[in-house]
Every structure is written in structure tokens, then in C-alpha cells.
Design a protein around this ligand. Sequence first.
Ligand SMILES: CCCCCCCC/C=C\CC(=O)SCCNC(=O)CCNC(=O)[C@H](O)C(C)(C)COP(=O)(O)OP(=O)(O)OC[C@H]1O[C@@H](n2cnc3c(N)ncnc32)[C@H](O)[C@@H]1OP(=O)(O)O
Length: 525
Amino acid sequence: MDLIHCCVRWPWKNFPTSKTSLFQKEERLRHYNPLPLTVPAFSNRMPAQCVFSRIEGKGKRSPPPPPGGAPAKLAAASPVASRKWRSSAHALRGAPRRAQTPGSVTYVQSNLPRRPVPRSPRLRPGGAARAPGAGRTARSHPGAATCPFSAKMALASGVRFAPRALLRPWSSPVELFHHDRYRHHEPPAPVHYEDKHVSVVKVWGGTEPSRYFLITARIHKWPSGILRLGGINGDDISEAPRVCPWARRWVQTASAGPAAALSTGAGPSLPLFLLLAEWVAVMKLRNPPVNALSLELLTELVISLEKLENDKTFRGIILTSDCPRVFCAGLDLTEICGRNPAHCAEYWKAMQELWLRMYLSSLVLVAAINGACPAGGCIIALSCDCRVLADNPKYRIGLNETLLGIIAPFWLKDTYVNTIGHRASEQALQLGSLFPPAEALQVGLVDQVVPEDQVQSTALSEMARWLAVPDHARQLTKNMMRKATADRLLRQRDADTQNFVSFVCRDSIQKSLQAYLEKLRQRKG
Ligand SMILES: CCCCCCCC/C=C\CC(=O)SCCNC(=O)CCNC(=O)[C@H](O)C(C)(C)COP(=O)(O)OP(=O)(O)OC[C@H]1O[C@@H](n2cnc3c(N)ncnc32)[C@H](O)[C@@H]1OP(=O)(O)O
């Protein structure tokens, strides 16, 4: 990299200094982006430099100097410049590349030599002009091929969030404030993958306004009119609820025509809003005949969740079943019947892992329960944030462990109690109750009961409702509500595994599990 001339400089006033406020700033930008009001059109003024700073963890804003320190000449000429050189050079080449810890943020700002600003975009017939880089044409943005700050570089340097990393004043009159989820202005590539038992069959953009993500652009020189505002499909976004009020006003003004926009007096510094889609994965379980949680399925689920969680283009997952009439039959009894202790331990650890991942997931998880949902299946559903159950009396839900002669471990019990309360859990757990839809709704096990053909669409609407809440507030609240329960398992994970293994490997338990499986098989016949 030849980004030698670097300095740590934040042109934003009051740039946040603490890790928390950085995080908040990132989240604000993500949801409402109130920043443009305070951000000057700085790229017209800043020198040709690349500003690069790494901020990792609390109290570590100034990283230690790299070996060798700043050049003596620079140090003598200007202690301030020397200090800046040290920290930025360290960031660029001296700093060991550490794994990003939660909350650690790396900011990169590119402000490379400007190229001539092209003329204003052409007015389209009918008066509406389209900003370069806006909407559908984002991929073919004129700067896309020449942008010196590539997504690859961003990734290589561990960038997580890069406001202004993709400014292209040299090629466009529009500056984009960009979240790294939209690296290079490209809409996120739709994910559509199939593993053996888990398929992410659909990546939902939908038509719900909540899918939109607001990014802002600032127009350097007010062109003859940039009026075409839209999502990646060119949809009208002026009614999107997540557009903050002042942005909506602007959109409305701009939509009324250039004259109206200019008459507001805000002309040259008006922001342009681009809304890109947010994505929801519909994840289907497919382990016929009954989606029993085999070790393989558990492993695939954990991997898929991790994939989606790491892909910042996703904000939610709808979990549903690909098997008719069954959402999930719970533990695969063949994984714990007649197996050795080592296998049972491995299996139980996978079960713990899945529960922990789901229960603490930062994504919104909605269970679209389109079939029977006993025992472990119920736990999967309860680990989601919201449950929509199909209205079919055969689709019962609950923890029926006692009927098999086994006992729900404490974390399953806690999940139950957290959902339906202590007394209801006490009763239902002892009796091994499986609730039909109406009762499940009444007791609070599910949030909605709807006709079978409306389960998916209702799940989507629920998702939209959950996604309308700013992620950081929702995530922190979720964490606050669930952490204690999860921590309890995390503290006792090994003991819990040992307990499970010694319990299920008992002869008496093995016999009753065998008998239960036999009963299931005979029932079929
Ligand atoms: C310290 C103490 C630690 C103790 C730890 C305990 C941990 C507890 C945590 C979770 C517990 C569980 O999850 S145990 C599993 C409980 N599950 C059930 O009770 C569900 C049983 N299945 C059913 O009720 C029905 O199969 C169904 C309602 C889900 C679907 O009915 P349907 O009529 O559509 O299908 P069939 O019954 O004909 O079944 C088809 C086929 O699948 C086999 N099957 C069913 N369930 C399971 C299962 N859980 N594991 C393995 N196999 C299962 C069934 O035997 C049939 O097999 P065949 O085709 O071979 O006959």
C-alpha cells in the first residue's frame, strides 16, 4: 500500500472518542444518518491524504508508535505532525492485526487526490435527473472502476465500517456515506444456498418499507436536479418509515421538482438519500421425515446462523420447516439411543451451541411454525424472538420430556419460564403438556396463530415490525433480557454435558427411550 501520507484527523465536529459513542455513532448512521447536517462538504477542502485510524478497545485511541518511531526530521519540524505520523503509520503498517473484538471499530477515510468534478447529471425527459451512483445504477457508478479504495483493501485492513471510504468526489458530484455492508455501492449479493439439511431458500427484499436502509449522499454542486430517489430497484422510498422526518421532508420537497427544492434555500448542500434493501433470510429445516435434530442438522444450523450473522447485510432470519406437518420433532432420539457416552457428549454440546447461538443472536429470529413442535423443536422456537403458529390442532407445541421419562435441563426450563412464567411452566413441564394452537396462544408460548397459508406472510410482517426498531437498541435489550439465562449455561456447560451423558446413558433411561421410539414407529404402522 502506498498510503504513506497519513494523519489521524476527524473532520467531523465532536467526533466520538469512546468506544461506546463510536458504536452509537455507527448505529445512528445506520438507522437515521443524522450526520449529514453537521458534516461539511469537506472533500473540497481537505488535502490529498488518506486518513486512516484504527481504534481498538477502550482507552486505546492512540496506539503505541511503531518500532523506529517518526522520522527525526519530522519530529524536529513539528511534534504534532510527528505524533500524527506515528499513530497513522502504526495503523498502516506497524500495528499487529488483531482480531476485532466486539465493539472495536476501525474507521477509514479515503480522501485521495481529486479528479475533476464532472458536469451535472443530465436531466431526464420529464424533468427527473438521476444521480450517478443512485439507485439501480449503483453498480455502474462512474467511479466504481477507478475508486482507489477497494473493498479488498478495506477487508485487508480489517475495516468494519467505513464512512466516506467510498467518497468519489473525483468522479461524481455526489458523496456517499457508506456502510461497509454496501461495499462499493453494490447491492448485497443475494444469498441462496442449500446445505444438506438447511436451505436458505430465499433472501427477502420484499416490498416492505422496513427493508430499506438509509445511506446519504451530499451533492457538491447542486445539479439541475437530482430527483430520482429510490431503493435498489428504483422503488419510491419517500414513504419508507425508517426515513427520519427531516429526510422525508427533503425527499418530498425534492420530489416536487428542482424549483421547489431550490426554493427551500437548501440547494447546494441538500443531501441525497439512497435507500438500499435490507435482507432477511428464510431458513428452512429439511431433515425428513420429521426434522429431528440430528448431529448433522445441529451442526449445519450453527454454521448457517454464523454465516448469516457475520454477513452484515442480514438483519433477520425466518426459521421454518421444509417438511410437511412437522416444524421440528426435537432431539433425534437415534442420536442418544444405544450410543456411547462420547457420542452423546458431542451431541449435547452441539445442542447447547445451537441454543446459545439462537438465544443470543443479534439478528431478529422469527419462527414460522408450520407443523408439530414438540420438545427440542419447541426450544428452537422459544429461542427465537417471535413465534407464529399455523392454526391446525395437530400442530402442538410444548416441552413433553417427562412423557419420555427424561427431564428438561435447567436452561430449557429457564427458557420456558422466561416465556410463559413460573406457574404455567411448573404445570406444563411436569405434565409434559403439548399445547394446541389456541392454548399455546393463550399461555403465551406463541405470539400469533394464523391460518396455515398465512404463516409465512405473517412471519414477514412480524419481521418488519421487529426490524423497524433500531438494531442497537433492540440487540442490547435482548441481551439484557437473556444474558443471565445464557450465562448460567455458559458457566456450567461441562457439568451440564456430564449430567446429560450420565443421565441418558443409564440403562433405565435407555430402555424408556427405546420404548418411546418403538411406540413412534408402531404408531406409524
Ligand atoms: C439432566 C437430564 C438431562 C436430560 C436431557 C433431556 C433433554 C431434553 C431435550 C429435548 C428433548 C427432546 O427433544 S426428546 C424428543 C421428543 N420428541 C418427541 O417426543 C416427538 C416425537 N415424534 C412425534 O410425536 C411425531 O413423530 C411427530 C408429531 C413429530 C410427527 O408425526 P408424524 O405422524 O408426521 O410422523 P411419525 O410419528 O410417523 O414419525 C415418522 C418417523 O420419524 C421418527 N421420529 C419421530 N420423532 C422422532 C425423533 N424425535 N427422533 C427420531 N425419530 C423420530 C418416527 O419414529 C418415524 O420413524 P419411522 O419412519 O422409522 O417409523
